[in-house]
Structure formats: C-alpha cells, structure tokens
Design a protein around this ligand. Structure first.
Ligand code: F6P
Length: 343
C-alpha cells in the first residue's frame, strides 16, 4: 500500500513520533511505501511532497514540530481545493491517506472519507480538547512547559512582591491552564468554561497576600472571559477555519488587578513556547502508539476512523466522533479539584 501522510493545524510535540512509528511499522510489517505532503492540506492541494522512508524518520522521535511542515489551509475554502487533493492523491498513486491533526484537519479528512477517499485520522492538539480521545499527545508537554514557567514566575513574583498573570494557550478549553495551574500552585486559574469575576480574582489575590504569601501567580487561558464582558484582546484576523487569533487577556487582566488591589502586577504570555521543542516521554510514547494503530487501521478495515486513547487502550472511533463537540473541562472537576486550592 502507498500511504500519504500529512500534518495540519498548529504544530504539536509528538507529531514526528507519529510519523516515525507509522512509517517504521508500515514498511516492516506490511511492506508499505510512504510519501509526505508538505504543509498540511496545502501540499496535498499543490502536490508538494517529500520522500518518507525508515532512513528519513528513524531518528526524529524526539524532534519538536513536524518534518512535514503544517498550515491551517482548508481545501473546502480554496477554489477546487478538494478536487485538487484528489488529483494529487491519484498523481502520487496514493492508496490511503493518514491525516494527523486537530478538529479542523480531521474535519476535512472526514469530508474526504465521505467522498470515497481511504483515510485514517490521528488526533493532535496541545489543547487536549478533542472528544473521543481521553488525551491528545502534545498536551502533556505543554503542561510541563507551562508548569516550569509558573515555577520560575513564582520566585520572581516573590522577590518583587508582585502579582504575575500568566497566559497559557486554550481557546475553548482550559485543560492546560487547569493542569499547569494546579501543578504550579496558582492563586487562581481562569478557564474559558468558567466565566470569571474580576472582583473575585482580586479578592483571592488580596487574601493570599493577607496570609503573608508573596508569590502570587494567576493563570489564565487565552480564551477565558470575564462575566461582565470580554476582556480578551483579539487581532480580528480569522483563519480559513474561522478561528480568531487570540492572545492578550493577561495584559488587560494585569492592569485591572493592579488598579483594583494596588499590588504591582506583571503579565507573561507563554504563547508558542508551549508548542515548541522536544516532546515529553509520555507524549513520545502516546504518539508512537497512535502511529502504529493508525497504520494497522488502514490495513484491517479501519479506514474512516480516528485512533483514540480510551482508558489505557488505543481504540478506533468514527472520524465524525473525533470532530464533534470539543472536550471541555467538566464543572465538577474544576469545582472539586481546582477551586479548593485557590487563594
Ligand atoms: O493548536 C492549538 C493552538 O495552540 C491554540 O491553543 C491556540 O489558540 C492556537 O493554536 C494558536 O494558533 P497559531 O499558531 O495559528 O497562532
């Protein structure tokens, strides 16, 4: 079988480990050959490829980013895009496609599957917000990076007796903020699922200080919004999947906290540091399991599915299930685990 592989959407630590595992297992077990499409769906539209074989991928397990490049291109938003993808697959003699991405990339894969393309999906996002899989690779790495950053922010916060607002990624879901906030001992964690009251945040900071604690780090997800209206700053730019670029809520919140509490306050936006660099061991292993499972799926009737982690097992779910509702932080988890730690 000749398999085309692409990575789409925001990059994510572990993408290369998926590619490596799929190619090594495919070559050894099934005698497959592979071709990589460059820059996500864009390369599939424009027929831009790179050779993929075991010698190319063997050493990439610990490399951040994606050796295939990525983009947020949506073939269904490009004139003749999906037809051009199909022409490319025919020209490259590709029998099956492996699409590694988040809900946008997998949404396109799902549509192509509906149009007769043999495709398997591998879920990816640092945000951990894909339904049907308990964890996405990249999430663990992002939490680790954010936690290390919060640890560092706590010591400088204490030295200067400042409040620091640390903004982490998370457009719709607060998984990174909640995990890193808990692990890093945050005074408060603000997530998109729980609109926050700025006055309550300030009260928590003040009570924290009243206890004699000087290191006050508030963790906020980029998509968090206050109850009384949005403090989030957006550039207004929208990508081909309709997502507005976020970022900037920490600066607004820091100014607000300083004005309301009188404590000197600074903002730190972690941004793409959370997505770059080498994956943790956990993410390398999860990504490897997904890559192996995806190539198996193409050979034993699993086309049209996405591989997923459920419990400690890798399972297959319909591609449509992976791209349905985003997986949000449940109220119960936030209320029982995170909230009691605040202040
Ligand atoms: O891939 C998901 C994500 O990291 C989100 O958390 C974030 O909002 C977005 O990507 C940023 O996208 P970009 O790299 O295109 O600015």
């Amino acid at each position: 079988m000749r398999v085309g592989v692409l990575t789409g959407g925001g990059d994510c630590p572990g993408l290369n480990a998926v590619i490596r595992a799929a190619v090594l297992k495919g070559e050894q077990r099934y005698g497959d050959s592979f071709v990589g499409f460059l820059d996500g769906w864009l390369g599939a539209i424009e027929d831009r490829t790179t050779p993929l074989d075991s010698s190319r991928v063997r050493e990439i397990f610990d490399k951040g980013g994606t050796v295939l490049g990525t983009s947020r291109t949506n073939p269904y938003k490009v004139e003749g895009g999906s037809e051009r993808v199909k022409s490319t697959l025919a020209a490259e003699k590709v029998d099956a496609l492996m699409a590694i991405g988040g809900d946008d990339t997998l949404g396109v894969a799902n549509k192509l599957a509906g149009e007769g393309i043999t495709v398997v999906g591998v879920p990816k996002t640092i945000d951990n917000d894909l339904s049907a899989t308990e964890v996405t690779f990249g999430f663990h790495t992002a939490v680790q990076i954010a936690t290390e950053a919060i640890d560092r922010l706590r010591t400088t916060s204490e030295s200067h007796q400042r409040v620091i607002v640390c903004e982490v990624m998370g457009r719709h879901a607060g998984w990174i903020s909640m995990y890193a906030g808990i692990a890093g001992g945050a005074v408060d964690v603000l997530i998109p699922e729980q609109p926050f009251d700025v006055a309550e945040v300030c009260e928590l900071v003040k009570s924290h200080r009243a206890l004699g604690r000087l290191s006050s780090v508030v963790v906020v997800a980029e998509g968090a919004t206050p109850k009384e209206g949005s403090l989030s700053l957006t550039s207004g730019e929208v990508d081909q999947f309709g997502h507005v670029r976020l970022g900037g809520i920490a600066n607004v919140l820091a100014k607000e906290i300083e004005e309301r509490t009188g404590f000197e306050t600074r903002a730190t936006v972690l941004g793409h540091i959370q997505r770059g660099g080498t994956p943790t061991a956990y993410d390398r292993v999860l990504a490897t399991r997904f890559g192996v499972a995806a190539i198996d799926a193409l050979h034993d009737g699993g086309a049209g599915t996405m591989v997923a982690l459920q419990g400690d097992r890798i399972v297959r779910v319909p591609l449509s299930a992976g791209v349905s509702e985003p997986k949000l932080v449940p109220d119960q988890l936030y209320d029982t685990v995170a909230r009691p730690l605040f202040g």
